[in-house]
Design a protein around this ligand. Structure first.
Ligand code: SF4
Length: 752
């Protein structure tokens, strides 16, 4: 049996979305010959090439000739003038485009100098703004930013003149998100200029290369912006290979939006929908395809001979098992066994990215913000430390879905082995943990394994991922993790007020948040925060207070970047679940539902329009802060005192500085190696470097030598050493005082 696993367009440009490589590794474990391909990056590269961009210019020419858009809407004078400029620069764009893509994929570094020197560059609004902000000329170190702006200008041309569903990292998202009916999606697919031309050509080439038909074609749909691409891919594969091949759709979009599916139209394109982690569903499909009865299917939907959707193998409490319209439900005769096998796979499977062409990905520089750059200007190996969230309580989150509610940490040894193999093949040592929130225990275990690797001469990994700003982030752990390769964290603050944190049930208050952030920033970690506004019942005053606290967090340097999300009430959220059961903490919530027979996730609620006024202004305020502007302007209307965060920082620092020598746990030495330097008269200086500064302790010579030996051994011990035992030895052999141990605790000796 052989399988092709496809990422349909579009997802991010800097690295592959990991699901297809996880699926490839899983299928290989099951003895299936599997190959993963990323049509997202391939289609992007095909459009943004000398030949591929021509249809966008042709479309622009037609628009200008007609004086109206394809939908016969008049074009405003500003857009007309932009189109004229694009067309005037067409030849230059065609001359530059392949070089720009190659440059942003890491090739032809010398192009930086050409970009810095060139006066007559093709340019649209983004490149123009980029150059104007720098006085019209750039240095070669800014060339990637200009190349990004030039390609984004072309992206604007594609979406304006050729295909309005195109966005750089998604396609047709607005059509697919919570689309109540399937018919408009089918119509959008049939009318799609881009999928019908560039993607059709790419698919034809792909099937030609494949030679024989795959037995299984798996398409991963992490987001709504992949649905139309998946349908186009599936339809083309069916036409090329006939009905014998089985086509499976799965991923976050399927699991989140299609649990209430009644219309079987999507099964004109695929045979099965796989839900949640997918491994159990795929195992059950393999068994059914090998002859087992359909009652074997686990967490899977299909269309039966009567044209009815069948929801197979879901538990009674699952939304996917609800009685809806003509939908039928069946049980799974081997649910426990399949669940156990899935658990095992979740813990053990990690891809080695063996066939992944990392050199095809682009490193966009669309911001100078260091956290934004980390996000998009580097390729990352993507892994996860756990499936699900160890907290799974936030009121707005989809806690009723498996990808949040079922917490299952991975086996660190298997993960490190896979990452080792990937690094050797790709030369990449950066890992993005794409978890819901990295669990501290797993993170520490990974950091220890990383130190161990470095200790045997292997190049260490550098890594980042999502976190909760909870009390597990102590100063010692932050220092240890930062010294072991952690570079950045992103996490939800959501509503930055005590009332808001309680309402969202984040599990920490403002003082706790400040403590975690201070510990993180003292350790040099970059921090990105997710913020929410428009929560049901949130007062204007609370939004202003949250904005004011965020301003203070930026101003104090505790947060490097952030993003405001407008709250969306979702069907699988804890909040909606509590409301269904009689209100819970949300007796005043009035969800707005519309009839559906296809996707159903986002819900409206009474009063949500009152938050419209915040949509644009909050983002602009945030952008100003991230540029370092307007940081000293308190939010009008906020009741929060302008010095609130400063107060909390002082409290946090006092608490963090009072780290007692009597702390419990495993001790680790993360500073430079200490050495004993004789001072004369039987005394020596124990000297070492910590964070670039020299530290020392004057001790009796014998004690200095014994302490240096003890700490050197500790620095080699990847598991560290019990702090109580270590202190006893330091006191005994080094005759160290409490003050001296305190000095060590502030300068490289951490206790986890
Ligand atoms: S928002 Fe994040 S931390 Fe909260 S429950 Fe969801 S995944 Fe967990």
């Amino acid at each position: 049996m052989n399988a092709l696993v496809v990422q349909p367009p579009f997802t991010q440009l800097n690295s592959p979305y990991p699901a297809v490589y996880y699926l490839e590794a899983f299928l290989r474990e099951r003895g299936i010959e599997a190959r993963a391909v990323d049509h997202s990056i391939e289609l992007y590269r095909s459009i943004f090439s000398r030949e591929g961009i021509v249809p966008a210019f042709d479309a622009a020419r037609r628009m200008l000739d007609r004086g109206s858009s394809p939908a016969a809407a008049p074009i405003d004078p500003a857009s007309l003038s932009q189109l004229e400029r694009y067309l005037s620069y067409e030849a230059l764009y065609l001359e530059w485009i392949d070089s720009l893509v190659a440059f942003l994929s890491g090739g032809d570094p010398a192009l930086a100098h050409r970009l810095a020197q060139a006066v007559e560059l093709p340019r649209g609004m983004r490149a123009e703004a980029f150059l104007e902000a720098r006085g019209g000329r750039i240095g070669s170190h800014e060339a990637r930013g200009l190349a990004t702006a030039l390609l984004e200008d072309l992206g604007d041309l594609v979406s304006f003149a050729f295909d309005p569903s195109f966005e750089t990292v998604r396609y047709g998202e607005r059509i697919a998100t919570s689309a109540a009916r399937f018919a408009p999606i089918r119509a959008a697919l049939d009318a799609s200029p881009l999928l019908g031309s560039a993607y059709a050509a790419l698919l034809a080439a792909e099937w030609g290369k494949s030679g024989r038909a795959p037995d299984l074609l798996l398409l991963s749909l992490p987001f709504p912006g992949c649905l139309l691409g998946a349908l186009a891919c599936a339809r083309s594969a069916r036409e090329a290979f006939g009905p014998g091949m089985r086509i499976l759709f799965g991923g976050g979009y399927v699991s989140t939006e299609l649990r209430g599916l009644v219309d079987g139209g999507i099964f004109d394109f695929c045979d099965y929908l796989c839900f949640d982690a997918g491994y159990g569903s795929i195992d059950s499909i393999l068994e059914v395809e090998a002859g087992a009865p359909k009652e074997r299917l686990y967490k899977t939907m299909y269309r039966d001979g009567d044209g009815r959707v069948v929801a197979a193998g879901f538990s009674d409490s699952d939304d996917a098992a609800a009685e809806l319209g003509s939908r039928r439900r069946t049980g799974c005769d081997q649910a426990d066994r399949l669940l156990a096998a899935e658990k095992e796979a979740l813990a053990a499977i990690a891809p080695d990215y063996a066939g992944c062409p990392f050199g095809r990905y682009l490193q966009f520089v669309d911001s100078e913000n260091p956290m934004h750059r980390l996000w998009s200007d580097s390729p990352w190996l993507k892994y996860r430390l756990a499936h699900g969230c160890y907290w799974r309580r936030c009121s707005f989150c989809d806690t009723r879905l498996d990808y949040v509610s079922r917490f299952a940490p991975v086996e660190i040894a298997r993960l490190v082995a896979a990452a080792d193999s990937a690094s050797e093949r790709t030369g990449l040592y950066g890992i993005h943990f794409a978890d819901e929130a990295m669990p501290m225990r797993s993170l520490l275990a990974f950091a220890r394994a990383n130190r161990l690797r470095a200790g045997v001469g292997k190049r260490p990994f550098h890594f980042w991922g999502n976190v909760r700003f909870d009390s597990t982030w102590t100063q010692d752990r932050c220092e240890y993790l930062a010294a072991s390769g952690l570079v950045a964290v992103s996490g939800g603050i959501e509503i930055a007020t005590d009332v808001g944190l309680e309402m969202t049930d984040k599990g920490f208050d403002l003082a706790g948040l400040a403590r975690s952030l201070v510990a993180m920033k003292r350790s040099g970690l970059l921090v990105h925060a997710y913020l929410i506004y428009g929560f049901p019942g949130q007062s204007r005053r609370d939004i202003d207070d949250s904005v004011e606290v965020c301003r203070q967090l930026f101003s104090a340097g505790l947060v490097d970047s952030a993003f405001w999300h407008r709250f969306v009430l979702t069907r699988h959220s804890r909040m909606y679940g509590e409301w269904l059961e009689g209100g819970g903490s949300w007796p005043d919530l009035q969800p707005r539902e519309s009839p559906w027979d296809f996707a159903n996730n986002d819900l409206g609620f009474a009063g949500e329009e009152s938050f419209d006024e915040f949509d644009g202004p909050l983002s602009s305020t945030l952008e100003a802060w991230m540029r370092g502007a307007a940081l000293e302007e308190p939010r009008a209307g906020a009741g929060t005192a302008p010095g609130r965060i400063e107060e909390l920082i002082l409290e946090a620092e006092a608490e963090l500085d009072a780290r007692k020598p009597e702390g419990k746990g495993q001790a680790h030495w993360i500073a430079g190696l200490p050495a004993a330097r004789p001072l004369g008269a039987g005394r020596s200086r124990l000297a070492w470097a910590y964070r670039g500064e020299s530290r020392d302790l004057a001790l009796p010579s014998e004690a200095a030598t014994a302490t240096a030996t003890c700490l050197a051994a500790l620095s080699r011990a990847s598991d560290g050493r019990d702090f109580g035992e270590l202190k006893a030895e330091l006191r005994r052999s080094g005759r160290l005082s409490e003050e001296a141990i305190y000095e060590l605790r502030s300068s490289g000796l951490v206790v986890l």
